[in-house]
Each structure stands twice: as C-alpha cells, then as structure tokens.
Design a protein around this ligand. Structure first.
Ligand code: GDP
Ligand code: MN
Length: 395
C-alpha cells in the first residue's frame, strides 16, 4: 500500500515509540530497599517465620555493623522464668547483660511466671532496658502436675530424695519448673513465632563485652545450642533417666545420629567419674548448665524431641525422681543432634553461683581469668568440660 512519505515517517516513529514504551513497562522496577524491622513484632505479625528479614532481601556487610542501630535482627528473644520476689536478682542479671551485650542489639525480654507479674516487677525491669519487655503468665495446664502422676507417690519419693540429700527433692514447684523448662516453655503462645532464645536467670553475672549479634551467629553458623558451662549432675536425681532414654532410643532408632557425628560419647563416658556413670545407670551425668542457654527452638519443636519429651513425661521421672531440664536437654542434643551444631560460647563471661566461665580476654572485667568456681576446692571436679573437649573438641 502506498502512503505519502510524511505519513510513513510518522507511522515508523510511533511504532518505535510504542516498542520503547512496552519495553519500559516490561522492565522490572529497580530494587527498593525495604524498610527494616528492628524488632520482631511478636504479638501481631502472624507471618513471622525464621527471621523477619523481608523475603529475598540481601543485607550488605555493613548492615551488620555493631554501631548500626538498624542492623537486621533475628527472630529471637531473651527469656526468663522468674518469680515476683526475685525482681532484684533479675535486675542484677539484666543490668549485666544489657551493659555487655543487649544495649547494642535491643532484643526483647520476655518474662514468664506461673503467677501474674506485679507492677513493681514490671517497673523495675522496664527501667533496665530500651528494648520491649513482655510479661507472660504460664497457662495453668502447662504448669500443673499431669493427671497421670500419682500424687501420693510424688510425696513419698520426694521425701526419700530429700532424705538422701538431693537438693529440692521434695519441693514440687522445682519439679514443675524443670518439666516446664524441659518440654513446655516453647509451646507458650508468646513464643509461637519466635525461633531463638537466650535464657537468663535472676542473680547471674555477665563479664565480657560481646560485640556481635549472638543470635545472628547461631543462625548464620547453623547452630542449634550454645552453652558456657558444662557439669556433672547428682546421680541420685535421675537413676532411671538413662534407662528410660535407652528404651526410647530402641523404639525410635530413626531419631538417632550416628555416635561419630554426635556428642553421645560425652554422655556415656565412664572413665573420668565411673561412680557417676554407675549410679546413673550408664549416663555420665554430664550436662550443659541450662541456666544459660542460647538455642534454636526448632530443635525442641522437632518430632525427635517432642517424642522424647512425651516419653519421659509419661514415665513420670520429673516427679518421682528429680530429672532436670539440663540433663534432659543435654541428652537429647547428644543423641539427636550433630555435635558440630553445639557451640561453646567461650567468649561469654558468665557466673551462676558457684561456677564461672571466665575467658582470658581484655574484653572481660569483674571475674578472674580461667576461674571455674569461687566455692570449695572439691567443686573443681564438677567441671565436665575436659570431657567435652576430649570427645567433641573446642570448636
Ligand atoms: P537452681 O538454679 O537450680 O538453684 O534453681 P532456681 O531456684 O534458680 O530456679 C531456676 C529458675 O526458675 C530461676 O529463674 C527461678 O526464678 C525460676 N523458678 C523456679 N521455681 C519457680 C516457680 O515456682 N515459679 C516461677 N515463676 N519461677 C520459678
Ligand atoms: Mn538458679
């Protein structure tokens, strides 16, 4: 078809313009840096998963700088089970942890109690941090002694434990606390969308400046559990824990890691304190001292751990004996987790009476380097870290 020259030129120009416009439209919008969320909004955001970084977003190296108040945060909280009467001890612990670490990161504090927190507790603890504080009551069904436990038997066995000299043997609330810390706390609705926690007790001390985000460390290095101190336990408190664990292991071989990949040899050592292993029927009694724990709740929420805890709970030893959350957590980690996922935080100076982790570092003040205990000399033999280094190593 013949068209005059100017019309052809015009048609050509508009075609080019149209193609140009279509190309522009089909191009992706330039990447816009999404606003950063400093804290996980635990209460309201139902979509919070692993971390609260926007999906697919890559952070630059300097985003992680310690002095960057907007550095991306991991989905985590500091947590503490504590009583109103312990508020001053809680303030001591908060002051140390805020000074050495949390004022740089402002992770929220979540407090748990079997009774409501009072105003004094809230006011005093809020005054110690710029981070959000949450005060949570434990649902009664999480704290109650389970229906299948025979209360007469609990009283009798509690008395026997106490007579034998097992600390807290007949204090029911201590047994409830150990059970809650073993297998219940991570089911609390306030932690539903949280993945990592740092457990802190009242009256503990932190001595060293820690300049990195330990939760990010856990996340980026793929760690499940971090500890500072590991100890022997009193075998009187758990004669049937290991036999019960072995029954579970036989029924569930699918949950077990091969001993060469796990810390199981540390659990089963009988060379260093054979009498402990004997009295605990095959368990060295070595355990991570759980008043300090930095951990990934995905492990506690896993099939392996849930099955294990339920098995133990049914067996009744939280009440008929005095199984602690420390040995229960430690045994599970030693059997079901890869040893490379357990981290010794040697750089976190820590004290819970009567033991210390006191690194030899200029970042630490207020504790004596290398000191393990300020109690009697005989307490030195309670340190189980030599076995940890022997079977697992220092990293
Ligand atoms: P220990 O470290 O084994 O001597 O035991 P603690 O007395 O320090 O108790 C361990 C943790 O659980 C501490 O943080 C206590 O505040 C807390 N705790 C123990 N029993 C109870 C209880 O009955 N109610 C509440 N709310 N907290 C408790
Ligand atoms: Mn304590």
């Amino acid at each position: 078809m013949f068209l005059p020259k100017p019309v052809r030129a015009l048609a050509l120009a508009s075609t080019i313009l149209l193609i140009f416009l279509l190309l522009q439209l089909s191009r992706k919008a330039p990447p816009v840096k999404e606003p950063r969320i400093v804290y996980p909004d635990m209460k309201t955001d139902p979509n919070l998963e692993e971390t609260h970084e926007p999906a697919g977003h890559l952070w630059r190296a300097d985003d992680y700088a310690v002095d960057n108040p907007n550095s991306p945060r991991i989905n985590a909280t500091i947590l503490s089970l504590v009583r109103n009467e312990e508020v001053d001890g809680m303030v001591t612990s908060m002051r140390d942890l805020e000074r050495t670490w949390n004022h740089k990161f402002n992770y929220p504090w979540t407090f748990f109690n079997d009774k409501p927190f009072n105003e004094e507790f809230k006011t005093k603890t809020r005054a110690e941090t710029r981070a959000p504080c949450y005060y949570e009551v434990i649902p009664p069904e999480h704290w109650a002694v389970p229906s299948w436990i025979n209360q007469d038997l609990v009283r009798e066995s509690g008395q026997i434990l106490a007579d034998e000299g097992a600390q807290y043997g007949n204090l029911i609330s201590y047994h409830q606390m150990c059970r809650w810390n073993s297998g219940i706390f991570y089911h609390h609705p306030a932690l539903k969308h949280i993945r990592y926690y740092w457990r802190v007790e009242p009256k503990v001390h932190f001595f060293c400046d820690v300049d990195y985000d330990v939760f990010r460390y856990m996340h980026d290095r793929n760690k499940t559990y971090g500890f500072t101190i590991n100890l022997y336990d009193d075998p009187k408190t758990m004669p049937s824990l290991w036999p019960e664990t072995m029954r579970f292991a036989e029924a569930h071989p699918e949950h077990l890691k091969p001993p060469s990949d796990s810390a199981r040899p540390w659990l089963e050592d009988k060379q260093r304190r054979p009498e402990h292993n004997e009295k605990a029927n095959g368990y060295s009694t070595c355990h991570f001292w759980s008043n300090f724990e930095i951990a990934d709740m995905e492990f506690w929420r896993s099939r392996a751990y849930e099955d294990y805890f339920n098995h133990l709970d049914r067996a009744g030893g939280f009440f008929y004996e005095r199984w602690g959350d420390a040995p229960v957590h430690s045994i599970a980690l030693g059997l079901f987790e890869d040893k490379s996922k357990i981290h010794w935080f040697r750089d976190i100076g820590y004290q819970h009476i009567p033991y210390f982790n006191c690194p030899n570092s200029p970042k630490c003040t207020g504790c004596q380097k290398g000191l393990f205990t300020d109690g009697e000399d005989f307490l030195y033999k309670e340190d189980c870290r030599p076995n940890w280094f022997k079977y697992v190593g220092k990293e």
